[in-house]
Design a protein around this ligand. Structure first.
Ligand code: DGL
Length: 252
């Protein structure tokens, strides 16, 4: 596989763009193909077998385009399909997960609040993560939250009312870190940060980017050619969804 080959990235929709922008910033010579499975979003409220099938299909799409590595820019798909994809593919496959280890490193006396999809929180992978780094962790499923990003509703009274309701269980708790355990949520950082002015918001994309660099380096496949990498955006939701991606990358 040539070092100039693209890196494939997928999510159920627009959320993975929060990971893509980090990777583009850190690996500016790399070419990326992003695939958002908007037609089947959200993944996070679907049964496991369905998430697995959709994730394998999304990966196949990208593999057919000659990618040198695959990034699952979706916590839900990673929780369900990372092991299968790593077994099936002979390229590096990197997944994203709630950033509990990094959160523990900065936690003080307070709690770590993990916001994620119901499906992510039900996975065995998440149970294992909790066993290792689960001290003072409150896991809160947030069905319906990713849809605000898909609708490009990143602020306003509708989102505010939704967050009021969602965060009722943690009202009055001292929260040190909010872990954004779904790749859509970094686009809601302003609204979430406003709710938790004393907390750090953390997601796993810095670790994912470092893991990607390391995997490529180990195979001698980092693109060292001069010049800016290309980013191709694609979606099962068609041109309108791709336009939403472009807008979100501009404003998010
Ligand atoms: N962005 C995805 C994640 O990181 C999932 C959103 C969804 O499809 O429910 O979990």
């Amino acid at each position: 596989m040539k070092s100039q080959a693209p890196i494939g990235v997928f999510d159920s929709g627009l959320g993975g763009l929060s990971v893509l922008r980090q990777m583009c910033g850190q690996l500016p010579h790399e070419h990326f193909i992003y695939y958002g499975d908007t037609l089947h979003a959200p993944y996070g409220v679907r049964p496991t077998e369905e998430i697995l099938r959709l994730s394998l299909d999304a990966a196949d799409q990208l593999v057919r385009q000659g990618i040198k590595a695959l990034v699952i820019a979706c916590n839900t798909a990673t929780g369900v399909a990372l092991d299968s994809l790593q077994q099936r593919l002979d390229i590096p496959v990197i997944g994203i997960q709630p950033a509990l280890e990094a959160a523990q490193a900065v936690r003080g006396e307070g709690e770590i609040l993990v916001l994620a999809t119901p499906a992510t929180l039900k996975t065995e992978r998440y149970a294992r993560l909790l066993k290792q780094h689960g001290d003072h962790v409150i896991s809160l499923p947030a069905p319906g939250l990713m849809e605000f990003v898909e609708r490009e509703e990143l602020s306003g009274p509708g989102l505010s009312a939704f967050l009021d309701q969602l965060l009722t269980p943690v009202a009055g708790q001292k929260i040190d870190v909010v872990v954004l355990g779904c790749t859509h949520y970094p686009f809601l950082s302003a609204a979430l940060g406003h709710r938790f002015p004393d907390a750090r918001l953390m997601d796993d994309s810095p670790r994912v980017t470092a893991a990607l660099r390391e995997a490529l380096q180990a195979r001698g496949q980092l693109n060292t050619q001069a010049g800016e990498g290309r980013v191709v955006l694609s979606s099962s939701g068609g041109e309108q969804a791709v336009q939403r991606m472009r807008r979100l990358l501009e404003v998010g």
